[in-house]
Design a protein around this ligand. Sequence first.
Ligand SMILES: Cc1cc2nc3c(=O)[nH]c(=O)nc-3n(C[C@H](O)[C@H](O)[C@H](O)COP(=O)(O)OP(=O)(O)OC[C@H]3O[C@@H](n4cnc5c(N)ncnc54)[C@H](O)[C@@H]3O)c2cc1C
Length: 597
Amino acid sequence: MTQTHEFEVIIVGGGGAGLMAAMYASQGAKTAVISKLYPSRSHTGAAQGGIGAALGNSEEDHAEWHTFDTVKGSDYLGDQDAIEFMCLEAVQSVYDLEHMGLPFSRTPDGRIAQRYFGGHTNNVTGKPVMRSCYAADRTGHMILQTLYQQCIKNGIRFFDEYHVMDLLIENGAVAGVVAYELATGELHVFRAKAVIIATGGYGRIWEITSNAYSFTGDGVALTLRRGIPAEDMEFFQFHPTGILRLGILITEAVRGEGGVLINDKGERFMERYASHVKDLASRDVVSRAMYLEMREGRGIGGKRYLYLDVRPDTVNKYAEADGRTRPDGSLYRVTAQEILSKIPDITDFCRTYLGVDPVKDPIPVQPTAHYAMGGIPTDKLGRVVVDENNTVLPGLYAAGEVACVSVHGANRLGTNSLVDLIVFGKHAGIDAAKYAQGASLQPLPDDPTAYTQETIHKLMTGDGSEKVAEITRDLRAMMFDHVGVFRIEEGLKEAQVKLEELKERYQHVCVRDQSKQYNTELTNTWELGNLLDLAQAVTVAALARTESRGAHAREDYPKRDDANWLKHSLAWMKDGQIVLGYKPVTITKYQPKERVY
Ligand SMILES: Cc1cc2nc3c(=O)[nH]c(=O)nc-3n(C[C@H](O)[C@H](O)[C@H](O)COP(=O)(O)OP(=O)(O)OC[C@H]3O[C@@H](n4cnc5c(N)ncnc54)[C@H](O)[C@@H]3O)c2cc1C
């Protein structure tokens, strides 16, 4: 039996963005959060390094510098009005988190501690600046716990372990969502005046990824199927330092604390690729440099990985060579104890998964699929915009990694996702509540669960000649080979053909588990359908963009081409095919320049 619920604002997703939105929406509207995971298991909890804000606690810093670094880091594809808004709001947002009780690490005089991160600089000297506010290497965990406590305190209604499968739109406005309850296998219809999608990213498309199993892009997939475009899908960030083969993230904070990347010859090769900031260049630059090193045969033992070295002797040697000082002017020197206290979880990961002790041995690393710059197009208030003219779809919002505001453009700077969640989650929540106060519930379609029921029925009664695990494996390997750090026309075309084949194979899968309770085989199969759609959008948009910009590096078009490509892509799904459109980038103060690090 399908149950129907009514709220004013529904938030899909209980991660950082969803909880922030819920807190603010609940101040003006009857609000509920629907989440396929228990909220405290969301991927935000895995964020390690920190949240960027120009507090200037350890040295001079300004929101304007943060703005420029973000514009430059985005390879000029980010919308500058939104970036400026985010960097200004970041400062108060971090203090708000502190006041909610978030246990930040502290400076000796008791202020929020800050550290270096890639791409964050003093705009006058060009040197790295300490902008990342952190709670050891558990910043995301602390944010998630703090926000969850606040939501519970405010009496927000949670529907945990409900998997949202469809978005209902009637009369051109949002009517609600359809969710599958994991514990019972029942479908629920949630009517709402406003829906905020905050479902996170889709890194599970790639073989080596830092992303949680649940990062299957459900939000983008369900809006694509309802005629809403996805923006800038060709831009997906590969983080330089994933644990060899496993992809588990080693935060950039390790390099912020003085760690360096080393090749087989023992060289600190980033000196050659980014002479100013070296290992702290932006992620696209570092990942590409690593690939080139490995391609030239300078991977460790000629293999496809490099070393990240954070042993105190190495850190101190290069800190001295760089003339790196502490805020009080003394030479930067670290002890093993200090390293351990700043990155305790990373140390544990290395010991557990690699048998390597980072203060005694270098860590074997390789680039890992990490962050979706693209997603559901929104404006600064989180409102979803559905075409080249930024027409708002009434009642629909998106925030967090699932959204493309766009503040990250072609490449996100480290620490800027947590800021994005907090700032745009908050504004989406405020605006959705305001909208709901003046809107009425849309009528439901005649049979609101029709699409979901049909799709589930198809998956449960397929001929079973294909296996979900095999299609998933083939998809991920293929995307890593052809739509990874470097791309080229032949590879992208091959990926397109392979994707058609994989989608065809997907028509033949069958969910064997017919039970109602916790049928994860069914939800995994559903998620694979989402990943296939998103992989197609990424590949088609990447093939079309004949330039290299930020995380999108084309071997056949190695240069950025502002004359033709300084524009956002929009991908629509029409009859199973991707159709592309484009819209301009908002430029306010900063004219595009070549990036030098
Ligand atoms: C290992 C790692 C380290 C990182 N470190 C940093 C860092 O130091 N600094 C930084 O700025 N960024 C960092 N990032 C990036 C950042 O953490 C993420 O981009 C961000 O946390 C995403 O938050 P979110 O709220 O958008 O999504 P999430 O926190 O993943 O939340 C998504 C929510 O959506 C729900 N959901 C998904 N699909 C459905 C569905 N179909 N139905 C119902 N619910 C659904 C899930 O249950 C979950 O609650 C890191 C990312 C990773 C992977």
